[in-house]
Every structure is written in structure tokens, then in C-alpha cells.
Design a binder for this molecule. Structure first.
Ligand code: PHE
Length: 457
């Protein structure tokens, strides 16, 4: 991420070009949400109908809210907490809207704690693949390895700590050319490998089973919880509702089109998730695995595929390295709302990064223990482990709630003249469509899904 100081800049600088904003935002969006989470929740909630709700949410709720976040960040040129306060002041409304920024920053801290744990698993898998652990592996041997990891809190802690240290290091160095270069190489490489994996999936003889699972819509499988999870995931995967995209928007040069950037980012993120689905589900069906087997889905299916591919150990190692890089570019954006706020308060980036890194690292320990020491029913709340509750609370409650408030803020609270000035949409129809989406469609949609889940409707 390279910054050049421009007039009209944030204290942190500006992205050097539009495509760097797109790269950074796509780097934030594309991560474990696409590769690890999307397939496993799609498996758990029954496939096609769930995918369709997710796609509808991306289109009608996620994209308009992403436009709102970028617009707010760029107008205020500040970290979300300060940005919302500044914008509230500009529009002559209560500064208490700043709470919205606080809520997002807190969500970031909570998400980072378990995100790092999962990324740690991926880091460990780099080593396992490089050692050729899965060569000629079967569904049973691969599953045994994964279960072995879950049963070993010390091992999980080691890799969680390593990943968190890497993330803190990058955030502390700030906007560094190394990461930008890594992202630039990573995205095309990851896409090439994904296509290769989809190609492999086509040879399993169960490719069409995967396609049917992902795209055949059976509404009878759509429980209120499935709808809530699909909506929550649209926020998680697009990095919305907690200010990550707002923080990045603060560094976006004024002359670039927000609408077109958002279109590109959302398209890349969605295409990426669907490709992962097309790679993973045929492998699931070809090996008689259970689509609903939960968070371990990618850690079982992918090693199985790599273990049976020519040069699979090498390709698999590279793939998991890329997954780790994708997770890193997301993790730094999860921390950015807090770090940018602390820096604006006068703290150094190093101290700020260490504070959020160390506190989320500590909280992450409880997610690690959710798979072993604290896995028993006596430790569950609402029938869920600590990790499941934290994931549920952040992804399905806090992010949509944050998104709701952002939509209401951009659509109702901010003065429209300011909004229009910042967006500078040339196409009137697109502007009106966006306006209707943030004022009515998105807030109403989010509310209905939540009330439906709570059984109020
Ligand atoms: N979008 C990221 C992913 O899919 C996760 C993320 C969530 C990033 C929230 C920033 C904010 O992996």
C-alpha cells in the first residue's frame, strides 16, 4: 500500500492510485471469508437457496452500504470513530453517532481474535503440505490430521500467535510496499490456482453434483437462521459494517469513482467465493464427505485434493501460502479502524498495533479452547461454544447492525448536498437507485431478517 502525500489528504496519506484502493479493498474483502467460511456455511445451510440469499444481500444491501462506507470515509478523511463524529457535526446532528464508529472498532477487535486462530490453522497447513503429509491421503487420514490439530490447544496457540505476530508487524510498519507487492502477486496467483482446483474438481466425476448443490434453489431448506447467516456473511465477506472499508475510503483520492470501484470489489469477492465453492463441493461429494461438516471443511477437502494431484505437495503448499497472505491483507484491515483512530489520537502505529494485536490474541485463546478443553456441553451458551457464539455475535448481529446504522446515517442523517458532492455520481438513475437502497431497501431488509430470526414476524 503506497501512500503519497497530497493536499486534501488524511493524516495517514492517500492511496497512490484508484487501482491501489481497489487492490487494498479487494485484499480486505477476499480472505478466509471466501475460502474457509463460505463453503462450510453453504454446506451447513443446505446449498443453493442459501447461496441465492447471500447473492441478493450482496447486491441490494452490501454494495449500497459499501458505497456509503467509502463515501463517509473519504468525506471525513479520518478513522471511523472520528469520521462519523465529523460528519455528524458537518450535518448538524448529534455527535453521539460516534458510537457507531466505536461499535465497529469493537467488532474488529472481536473478529480479529478468531480470524487469527483460523489463519493460524492455514499457516500450519503450509507446513503439513510442504512435508508431504497428505500425499495419497484418504478422507480418513486427512480428517485425522485435522482432528489432531483441534485436539491440541498448544499447537493451535503456537500458530495463532505466529499469525498474529505477522499481522501486527505489517500493521505496525504501516503502509508498506512489501505488502502491496505481495497482494499484487497474490491475487492473480490465487485465481490461477483456484481455476486449477476447479479443473481438478471437474475430473472427480462429481462436478455437476457440486454445481447442483451450489445453484439448485430449494426454499424449503431456508430457515430464518439460514437467512440471517447468509445476510451476515454478505457483510463479513465484503468487510462491511465495522468500518474497515470506511477506514480505507479515507485514503481514497477524490477524483476516482466510488461506484465503479465498489462494483469491481464486490464482483471480485463474489466470483472468488463461487469459484472456491465450485472447487470444494465436487471434492466433498467424490469422497463421500459431509457438506455440513463445519469449520474443518476446507482443511479436509483441499489437502485431499492436493494429496492426490501430481505435484500436489508443491501446489498445495503454494496454495496455503496464498491463503495466509489473503488472510493477512484482511486481518490488517480488521485492525485498521482501531489503529487509525489511535494514531489520530497521537499514538504510534507500533503501540496501537501491539495493543489491538495483544488483546485480540488473548481473546483468541478462548476460541482455541472451544475446540478442546471448553468443547463440552457444560461450557456452551445457547447450545454453542465460545467460538461459535463470538462468530455468531459479530458476523450475524454486530456487522448487520453496524451496516444498518451506516445506511441510516448516509441515507437519512447526513445532508444530501454533502452526500451528493462526495459521490459525484454522473448517472442520475444509479444515484437514485443507491439512495433508495440506503434509505429503504437495506435498513428494512436487515430489520426484517433480524426480526424474522427472533421470531417476531
Ligand atoms: N472480508 C474478510 C474475509 O472475507 C473478513 C473481514 C471482515 C475483513 C470484516 C474486514 C472486516 O475474509
Amino acid at each position: 500500500m503506497s501512500f503519497t502525500k497530497l493536499p486534501e489528504s488524511s493524516v495517514h496519506g492517500l492511496w497512490a492510485a484508484r487501482w491501489i484502493f481497489i487492490l487494498a479493498a479487494a485484499g480486505s474483502a477476499i480472505g478466509l471469508g471466501n475460502i474457509w467460511k463460505f463453503p462450510y456455511i453453504t454446506g451447513m445451510y443446505g446449498g443453493g437457496a442459501f447461496v441465492m440469499v447471500y447473492l441478493l444481500c450482496v447486491l441490494f444491501i452490501g454494495m449500497p452500504i459499501m458505497v456509503a462506507e467509502v463515501m463517509m470515509g473519504r468525506r471525513a478523511r479520518a478513522a471511523p470513530i472520528n469520521a462519523v463524529q465529523k460528519l455528524a457535526q458537518e450535518s448538524g446532528i448529534s455527535r453521539r453517532w460516534g458510537l457507531l464508529g466505536w461499535m465497529g472498532t469493537l467488532s474488529g477487535f472481536l473478529i480479529l481474535s478468531f480470524y487469527s486462530m483460523i489463519a493460524g490453522w492455514a499457516l500450519y497447513y503450509v507446513l503439513l503440505l510442504a512435508q508431504g503429509t497428505f500425499t495419497a491421503g484418504t478422507a480418513d487420514t486427512v480428517k485425522t490430521s485435522f482432528d489432531g490439530l483441534l485436539a491440541n490447544p498448544g499447537l493451535m496457540l503456537l500458530w495463532h500467535s505466529l499469525f498474529m505476530a505477522m499481522a501486527i508487524f505489517i500493521v505496525a510498519r504501516g503502509v508498506n510496499a512489501g505488502l502491496e507487492r505481495a497482494t499484487r502477486v497474490m491475487m492473480p496467483a490465487l485465481i490461477v490456482l483456484l481455476f486449477a482446483l476447479v479443473g481438478y474438481a471437474m475430473t472427480t466425476g462429481h462436478f455437476m453434483d457440486g454445481v447442483h448443490f451450489l445453484f439448485d434453489v430449494d426454499f424449503s431448506k431456508l430457515t430464518p437462521q439460514a437467512v440471517l447467516v447468509a445476510m451476515g456473511h454478505s457483510f463479513f465477506t465484503l468487510s462491511l459494517g465495522m468500518g474497515a472499508i470506511m477506514a480505507y475510503g479515507a485514503y481514497m483520492p477524490r477524483e476516482h469513482s466510488i461506484g465503479r470501484s465498489v462494483l469491481t470489489i464486490a464482483f471480485l469477492d463474489t466470483a472468488f467465493a463461487l469459484l472456491v465453492g465450485l472447487a470444494i463441493f465436487p471434492i466433498v461429494f467424490a469422497n463421500g464427505l459431509e457438506p455440513a461438516s463445519g469449520p474443518g471443511l476446507m482443511f479436509v477437502t483441499l489437502p485431499l485434493a492436493f494429496g492426490n494431484l501430481p505435484a500436489g505437495a508443491l501446489v498445495g503448499t503454494v496454495f496455503f501460502v496464498l491463503v495466509v497472505i489473503a488472510a493477512l491483507t484482511s486481518a490488517i484491515s480488521i485492525a485498521e479502524p482501531f489503529v487509525a483512530w489511535a494514531v489520530e489520537k497521537g499514538m504510534s502505529r507500533l503501540v496501537a498495533a501491539t495493543i489491538i494485536g495483544a488483546t485480540s490474541w488473548f481473546l483468541g485463546i478462548f476460541s482455541i479452547l472451544s475446540f478442546n478443553w471448553l468443547a463440552g456441553d457444560e461450557y456452551k451458551l445457547f447450545g454453542r461454544t465460545f467460538f461459535d457464539n463470538l462468530d455468531f455475535l459479530t458476523t450475524n448481529i454486530l456487522l448487520p447492525l453496524g451496516g444498518l446504522l451506516i445506511a441510516v446515517f448516509a441515507g437519512w442523517a447526513m445532508k444530501e448536498t454533502k452526500v451528493m458532492k462526495e459521490l459525484e455520481m454522473k448517472n442520475q438513475a444509479v444515484y437514485i437507485a443507491w439512495r433508495i437502497a440506503v434509505r429503504i431497501v437495506a435498513p428494512l431488509g436487515i430489520l426484517l431478517v433480524m426480526l424474522n430470526f427472533l421470531g417476531v414476524l
